[in-house]
Design a protein. Structure first.
Length: 150
């Protein structure tokens, strides 16, 4: 009888371990705030500094044409609707201020599919907790700009 109980106990334990280890937690498709509601576009945009990592026109990447001293510049979007540039560690001009305060204003359009930064009106291709991709188009040109959050 003890041997039967021991085998039953071991079998039950093994089954429970297999079942518990086979359950996987699904990841949230959208970043969430502390109360598990998805972050707004304003929260996504203003929760960090954005580093430009590439710019492309229809012919390909333009990144090799950007001066090295500009490749570490950061864009900072404030909740107030202002934006600033951080010159990064590699300044093109040593006398350049680290933060160019009062650089301008930004705003979303009504359905938050476009982002106006100063006088430029971008279509938002992607806005997540870690990536921002903007598309600027005009008569005879198209420019896609890629950022990552720092």
């Amino acid at each position: 009888m003890n041997k039967t109980i021991s085998i039953l106990f071991k079998t039950t334990t093994l089954c429970l371990l297999v079942l518990l280890n086979s359950c996987k937690k699904e990841s949230d498709p959208a970043p969430a705030t502390q109360n598990n509601t998805p972050k707004t576009n304003t929260e996504l945009l203003t929760s960090g500094k954005w580093l430009e990592v590439d710019a492309r026109d229809p012919n390909g990447s333009l990144w090799d044409k950007v001066e090295e001293c500009n490749k570490d510049n950061l864009m900072i979007f404030k909740k107030s609707g202002a934006y600033e540039y951080d010159a990064g560690a590699k300044k093109c001009d040593p006398s350049e201020p680290q933060i160019k305060e009062g650089s301008g204003v930004w705003a979303f359009n009504a359905n938050e599919t476009r982002l106006k930064v100063g006088n430029l009106d971008y279509q938002i291709q992607e806005l997540s907790d870690s990536k921002l991709t903007l598309l600027l188009t005009g008569t005879g040109f198209s420019l896609e700009v890629f950022y990552v959050k720092r």
